[in-house]
Structure formats: C-alpha cells, structure tokens
Ligand binder design. Sequence first.
Ligand code: ADP
Ligand code: MG
Length: 683
Amino acid sequence: MNNNTNNEYLLSDLSSLKGVGRKTASLLKKKNINNLFDLLWKLPKTYTDRSLSLMIKDLKIGEIQTVTIVPQKYNFPRIRKLPNRVSCADETGEIDCVFFNSYEGYIKKILPLGEIITISGKIGHFKNKYQITNPKYVSENSSLIKQVHNKYSLTEGVTEKVYNKIMNQIIKNLPNFNEWHSKNIISKFNNISWNKSIKELHKPENIGNFKSNFYQRLAYDEIFSTFLVNSEIRKKIKKIKKKNKTINIKEQNSLINNLDFKLTNDQVKSLHEINNDLSSSNKMFRLLQGDVGSGKTIISLLSAINTINSGFQVAFMAPTEILTRQHFNLAKKIFPKNINIELISGKSEYSKKKDILKKLENNKIDIIFGTHAIFQKKVVFKKLGLIVIDEQHKFGVNQRKQLSDKGGIDCDILLMTATPIPRTLTMTIYGDMDISIIREKPKTRKPIKTYSKLEEKIDDVLKFITKEINLGNQIFWVCPLIEESKKLDHTSAVKKFEYLKTRFPNQVSLLHGKTDLEEKNIILNNFLKNKFKILVSTTIIEVGIDFPNANVIVIENANKFGLSQLHQLRGRVGRGDKDSTCILMFKSNLSDNAKKRINILKETNDGFLISEEDMKIRGYGDVLGFKQSGIKNFKLADPIHNSDLFLLAEKEMKRIENSNEDISKFKPLIKLYDRADIINDIA
Ligand code: ADP
Ligand code: MG
C-alpha cells in the first residue's frame, strides 16, 4: 500500500471492520470515534492474562484462570431459581460450569458434550467441587482464549470481547507509512516507526509507559502536525499580495512625543514589527500579546495612523461598548484633527447609524470603533486597510482565518490579547500568526501589593478600604464564583452589595450577569467618573477597561479561581501611578499547597510566569478557558509533561520554514491527525 491508500484505510468508516455492525458503529460515534484512526487512541486500561492454561487439579480458587476441559453431562433442573450446570472434566479432576439465566440451547451450543473446549474465568468452589459461574470466555479454538485480554473503559453497549476483536483487527492490519520525519528527529526516538509505535502502544504490558520511545514519538507526531498546519495557514495568508502602506516616521514620532509617557522598549519593538508588516507587500496576520496594562492600545493606534495616512480605513473592534468608547476617546485625544474618527454603538439612533454606514462606504470615515457589530454584512468599507481586534484570546484558528478573508486582500490584521500563555502553548494556539510580545510593563507602574485574608477578618479589610476611600480612591469588590452556578453567584453578589451599602451608604453599586447592557454602561461610566466608590460585581467586568482611579481590588473566595484568572482580575488595578492593593479573601486557612500557589502571585506580576505555574497546577485545557477556544485536544501529547517535545517540534518547524523544505512528505501525517477542513484549504 502507498501512503495515500494507507490514509484512506485508516480514515475509513468503522463498518469496514469485521464485527462492527451499524449498532456498534453508532455507539462508538457517540464517543466521537468515527473511523479506524480514532480507535487507535482507545487504549487498554488494564488487562487480564488468560494465556496460561492449567490442569484442574492445579486451579486456584478466587483467581481468573484458563483450563481446557471436556463437557460430560448437562444438568438442567427446570426450577426457576436453580442454575443450569454442565459437569466438565480433564484427566486430573472435575469442574462445573454454572449458568444463571441462560438458555439451554445456548449452553449446548458453547459446551457440546464430548468436545475439547477451553474456558477462562474466575474459579469458584461449591460443595467440594470447582466451578466457573457464567463463563464469558469459552471456545473450541483455544488460541482465542489463551491470550492476554485487554480491558478498555467501555462504551455502553460495546463489550470487552468486541473491543478486543476490533482492536486486534486494526493492529493486525496496521499500514506501514514511509517515514515522514527527518533522520535527525527520528533518531531521537530510537528510529521507531509509526507502525511499530502504535503496536507497542497497544501492548498490555506497555500501559502507561509514557517515557518510552514509542509513546514519545507518537506524542511528537501530534504536536508537530499541529504546528505544521498552523505554519501552513500562516504562510498561506502571508503570501497574499497586498498594496503596501507607507510609514511616515516623522508623523508617528510627533504623535509619540506628544504622549505624556515614554514608550517602553517592548512597545517600540512591537511597533517596529507591525510597521514592517504594514509596509511590506505581504498581508499582515499578527498577534500583539502583552499582559494587562502593558500598553497595547497605543501601539495599535499608532499602527492605525500609519494605515490611515496611506489612504486606507481602519476598523477597530473591542468586545464591549465601554471598551470601544475608551479606545475611541483615546484616539480623539491623540490623533490630528483632520482624521475622521467614529464610534458605532448599539445605542446610536437609527439615522445616525445609517449616516455612519454611508460615510464608511464613501471613505469619509478613517477609523471606526465598535463591537462585533462592525463586522456585520451591511457594514461596507470603501478601502479597509487594517482590522484591529482587542482582547480576543477566545478566537479560534478558524474564526481568525475567516476574519482575514473578510477584510479583503489589502487588509492587514492585528489581534491583541492580554492573556499570557505558557511558551509551550504559543505555537499550538497562535502558530498561525506572527507574534509581537510586550513583556515589560511601563516603568511608572508600581507593583500591586497582594495580601491574603481570612473571611472572618473582614473588618480589617473594611477599615483599610475606608482609609483608601478617604484618600479619594476607588475599590473593586469581586464576589466569589460559586461552583458552576450563575444563580448563586448572583445571590452572593447581591447580598454583599446590601451589606456594603449599610457600611458605605450611597457609595456602592452592583454589577452582575443580569444587569442589562445599558445599565451596565451607565454604572461603569459613573465609576469611571468617580461618582461612587465601591463597585461590587461577579467576575463579569471585562479585562481591558482602564480605571486609573481604582487602586484596590478585593477578591472573595479566592481559592475558586486559577492563578491566571486572579492575575487578570488583579490587573484591573494598578494602572494609574498610585500604590495599589489586591486582597485575596479565603474562607478557611490555606493548605500548604494553596499557600505556595498564592505566594507565586504575591511574588511576581509577570503574567507569563504565572500562566506557566497555573498550567502546572491545573492542566493546559483549563488555563483561562482555552478549552472553548478551538485548541485541539491532544490524544497523547501533554504540554506539561512533554514540554521538551513541544520545543523540539518548534525548532524543527523553524528549520523547515527557514530552509523552505518541501512539506509534501508530511501530508499523510497531517491528514491523519488534523482538521480536515483546514487541510483541504492548504493542501
Ligand atoms: P493593555 O495592554 O492592557 O491594553 P492599555 O493599552 O490599556 O493596556 O494601557 C494601560 C494604561 O497604560 C493606559 O492608561 C495607557 O495610557 C498607559 N500606558 C501605555 N503605555 C505606557 C507607557 N509606556 N508608560 C506609561 N503608561 C503607559
Ligand atoms: Mg487593552
């Protein structure tokens, strides 16, 4: 078979297997097992060794054993409660096979008198005689019984026997692929082939052998194929020829010089990388990654001005109205007067919206700010040159690709995220984009002091807050996340609000999931204008909003949050030049482990480092909800335990990109492992 037929075979329907009827196939489909390849990752959990056959005299009561016998006599009592019995024997003794609720016909069929039969099961003992009750492993063909039988976590309705049968079939007919990896890479896994690796993986004695060469090789295959697909998407998008933008450094510098702060080195570097992309004739598809408060907005606005000065329009999208308004106001403040800036808001009147749409179509608006509404069909740009998307770490690969298609050929794409992720995950999640990273925070930032407090010491917290309020400062009070239940979250926030109101009359407002959008905007605006002092909320306040006057955040029941999430919440304060404080409240004394976790937060404000630690504790899927973001669920690979393989794959990927190596030899690999929809697009 060649590689193509191999692929076809492995990706073929389950019904091509013997012993898999329509019913079994549909049961497996429910478990997302659709083809032969999917079954390869259904691994045995444990196994029972039935390979050794004993004589009756040597049987051990209470153990699962195999014995070859001849049925001698049926005893079918025809009284309901009494079981059917078959007396069997070998040269050394006697054993009864006992059947509850079995038809005589069935028993006669599997245990015909006078034939040599191999049976296996747990050996029991009754009235001084050995017996096996309801034996499941019975055959005239001893080789079918005398083997190691794998135990699988069962899909309802599919028995162990059926699994063993189909798995054996697949493993027996497993195709041999031509090696897709380079000699250098495959030598790191003792040159073990894919075929051999799968076979080893399924051997019962190899269960859980994570460090072995076959396991590592297969994990590497998975990682590498993900990277390769991402890289191909990136290359494909970048190959699109566009009209390049001109960078007017003089104008850019005059804007920078008018700011009331100095850009950090990382900001300058990121701006430079974006400028290079804008002025190139290849389409930009770039992610600007930087911790909360690292100053991404200003960089994106400077990129926008370069785009506008080159005669293009810019669409700037943020997830919420208040955030779009904040960016809009900043643009109005720093851009020259001749730039036409607009905000499209859900609240705008119909006639105003119509007017904006018309102006966009006639190129009378240079930059428009809005929520996802700016990507509706009826919004038509005359000459869109750049899309900026803020705080969209939950965009999956597919959505990002659609976005780049929508902007049209001349449109560059800049995504921004304040979600630092562990290095091993960067290529997995963002490998389809070029990345600029702002690691360094503005020098004026003071570290946020982080404390933990027992809930019963709430009076200390209130005292502290009173002092801060008297200094003119504002407070975020985040109510606990209560196990999965939004309803309870809500109740606890309301209760806390009522309580704090009695202590700080007229100074507290409440935001929760049920607050309607308009009211929410009013509350946030009032907070921004310092019209009240304490904002009580569930976790719904989004990242990104700049409240320079709020310098204290209280987080209740803090052990319900992951480290990254606490870090994000904490990032809502500490944006101004005041001293800021984060108070983590706990219901009971912390365990040593929890203390260790919290100490990481106290000691560092580096979101990247915190995300690494968070991943080690919670696993990669949970780090800030990446599970829903289209990040692939790996079958074997694990970013925590296989971080060396992720780095190896990254290095190899770069080597292949730099040397422009032909990737067609990897096609069988990516066809097996990856998302067919994307593959069709790039292959
Ligand atoms: P984020 O990266 O989280 O989106 P923002 O762009 O909202 O951060 O910036 C947070 C705050 O920091 C804003 O008030 C912004 O004006 C300010 N800022 C940005 N860059 C600098 C800098 N280099 N020095 C001081 N303050 C800065
Ligand atoms: Mg931001």
